[in-house]
Every structure is written in structure tokens, then in C-alpha cells.
Ligand binder design. Structure first.
Ligand SMILES: Nc1ncnc2c1ncn2[C@@H]1O[C@H](COP(=O)(O)OP(=O)(O)O)[C@@H](O)[C@H]1O
Ligand SMILES: [Mg+2]
Length: 314
């Protein structure tokens, strides 16, 4: 897959000189669902708003479909749809007028067929004549998505689409997002729910203090998330790991006095009991054992400590 969004060395300082984005790099692939995961204040909204041209930035470059977001603003903006974090809608307009008007803002000629199909997709067709103030919070969120899709963007940003929505609507949102992906739209969503990233993302990036800490395929990330390290201290050093134990992929550290074993906490069998038995059979004497979280898990835990919000794993 090729890159549809290229963010290079971007730094954003707010007027009070606060650095919300710090030399940030990120590439988004065409057609993927990318989840940007991070605690409150990490810089998620700032990043989205700089890409969409709502905020300017101080250093670096951002290219959408190989167009520069500053020099070719109109072009890049028309390729992007954004569903903002806040529900900011004109209370007295109807759903139909509001979504059609949004399309016009991008200089696109009216296309009632397209707007109808979006409203149907989002289960809003019945509500097309409703005034926005009459809608529930969940329906308003759907209208925001309809508006963002009105001009047929190639990339859709969703800023915390499921924050403070009920479980039912969250599941609906996930379905909507997956359907959009199947139609070729690239999706970037921000979230502080690990569960959400697990459910729908192809790749996940973790942001904290304006920096991307890690980017990886979701499945690889989950694997790492579920791993722990078992540290076995030995009474006397050994020269090498006995051949029979090679399948455990053990590492011998500290001049032969420490064996480490990485295991999957989600597996039915961690292999710990059999490993310890095998060590005994080989007359390897243990002094102490302890476990540590794998590095990604500790990243998450550190994020948790630093944030007011919680990264929820429900
Ligand atoms: N207009 C602003 N002026 C100064 N600081 C801001 C402004 N907007 C956001 N910030 C700060 O920038 C950081 C990132 O904010 P934001 O991008 O909204 O984070 P997130 O969306 O990840 O919760 C936060 O520390 C926030 O307080
Ligand atoms: Mg935000």
C-alpha cells in the first residue's frame, strides 16, 4: 500500500510557547484504519487539526496524496473529511439542509443522490427533515460523520468518535467505520480506548507529549501487549542453555547467572511450569524468580500514570 498522508518533523507551538507537537513523524497508508492512541492532552486533536489546515504549525511538512497542506491547501482540504471531537451543529437547521450545505462549502456541485446514500448508510434517512436540536447525542454524531463525508473525501479523520457514547452506539460506529474502509476511504481515528484500537484498527500509533512513541500493526502490538518477561536468577552460573530447552528461546544474561523467558500472558499454557521442571531436571539451581511487563505494556502503564484520563481496557 502506498502512503496517502506523510507527516515529517512537524512541530507545533501554541501562542503560550507550549510545544503540543514535537518533531513528529507519521505515515498513513492508503485504505487503512489507523488508530492514534494516547492520553488526554497528548496532542491528538492538535495533530488532526494541523493536517486539516484548521491550525498552522511551526516546522516540518505535511503532504496529503503528495500535495502540500500549506501550498496546496484547497486541494488537500478537499481530500479530507473531519469529524470533530465536539458536537458543534446549527440547532435550527434540518439534517438534509445541513449536510447538503457542507458539501457546498468544498465548492462541490450539489449531489442529492450521494447525500441520500450517506444518510441511508448512517441510518439518518428517516431523520432528514428533523431539526438538529431535536436529535439525540448519538444521532448528532452521525450527522457530523455525514457532513464529513458530504464532499466524498479520500481520508476521514474521526476525533474521539466514541468518547462518552453508549456501548450500542460505539458498536454501530465501528460498523460504520469498517464499511467506509471497504469503500476505499482511509480512516484515522483518535481514541483513548485500547479496546477500540484492538477492535477496528489495522495499525496503531501511540502518542504522548506530542511525540509518536510507537507505530505498529495491531496484531503485532497486541502480541507485545500480552507478553511478560520471566527472569530466573541462578545460584551458580551456567555456560550455555541446555539444548533440550532451545524451544523456549531463552536468553542467558549477566555472565550466565540470569535466564530470561518471554511468555504470552494470554496463552492457555504459559510454559512456565514445564520450564521450571526442565531446569530442575538439568540440575540448574534457582536463586530467585521475578516477572516484568514487556516494554510496550510499560509504555502503556507510564501513559496511564501521566494522564488524568485512563486508557481503558474494558
Ligand atoms: N489553544 C491552545 N493553547 C495552548 N495550549 C493548547 C491549546 N490547545 C491545546 N493545547 C495544549 O496542547 C496539548 C495537546 O492538546 P490536544 O491536541 O487537544 O490533546 P488531545 O487531543 O490528545 O487530548 C495539551 O496539553 C493542551 O493543553
Ligand atoms: Mg482531543
Amino acid at each position: 500500500m502506498n502512503q496517502i498522508l506523510k507527516i515529517e518533523n512537524v512541530t507545533k507551538k501554541y501562542n503560550n510557547n507550549f510545544k503540543a507537537l514535537d518533531n513528529l513523524n507519521l505515515n498513513i497508508l492508503k485504505g487503512e484504519i489507523f488508530a492514534l492512541l494516547g492520553p488526554n492532552g497528548a496532542g491528538k486533536s492538535t495533530l488532526i487539526n494541523t493536517v486539516c489546515g484548521i491550525l498552522n504549525f511551526n516546522e516540518g511538512s505535511i503532504r496529503v496524496n503528495d500535495h502540500d497542506v500549506i501550498k496546496e491547501y484547497r486541494k488537500t482540504r478537499s481530500l479530507i473529511g473531519i469529524v470533530p471531537q465536539e458536537l458543534n451543529l446549527e440547532a435550527f437547521e434540518t439534517v438534509w439542509d445541513n449536510v447538503n450545505y457542507s458539501r457546498g462549502l468544498y465548492g462541490k456541485p450539489p449531489n442529492y443522490k450521494h447525500i441520500e446514500s450517506i444518510l441511508r448508510e448512517l441510518s439518518l434517512w428517516d431523520k432528514k427533515e428533523s431539526k438538529l436540536r431535536e436529535l439525540s447525542g448519538g444521532m448528532k454524531r452521525r450527522v457530523l460523520i455525514a457532513k464529513a463525508l458530504s464532499h466524498e473525501p479520500k481520508i476521514l479523520f474521526l476525533d474521539e468518535p466514541t468518547a462518552s457514547v453508549d456501548v450500542e452506539l460505539r458498536k454501530d460506529m465501528w460498523k460504520i467505520i469498517k464499511r467506509l474502509k471497504s469503500k476505499g476511504v482511509t480512516i484515522i481515528l483518535t481514541t483513548h480506548y485500547i479496546e477500540e484500537a484492538e477492535e477496528i484498527a489495522d495499525r496503531v500509533g501511540i502518542i504522548n507529549n506530542g511525540k509518536i512513541i510507537i507505530v505498529d500493526e495491531k496484531n503485532r502490538l497486541i502480541k507485545k501487549l500480552g507478553q511478560k518477561i520471566l527472569k530466573i536468577e541462578l545460584s551458580t552460573n551456567i555456560l550455555n542453555i541446555p539444548e533440550k530447552l532451545h524451544s523456549y528461546n531463552l536468553k542467558l544474561n549477566n555472565e550466565g547467572t540470569v535466564i530470561t523467558y518471554i511468555y504470552d500472558t494470554k496463552a492457555n499454557k504459559t510454559g512456565i511450569t514445564t520450564l521450571l521442571t526442565e531446569l530442575k531436571n538439568h540440575n540448574i539451581q534457582l536463586k530467585d524468580i521475578s516477572t516484568e511487563q514487556s516494554s510496550l505494556e510499560s509504555i502503556f502503564l507510564n501513559l496511564l500514570k501521566e494522564s488524568e484520563y485512563e486508557l481503558v481496557r474494558s
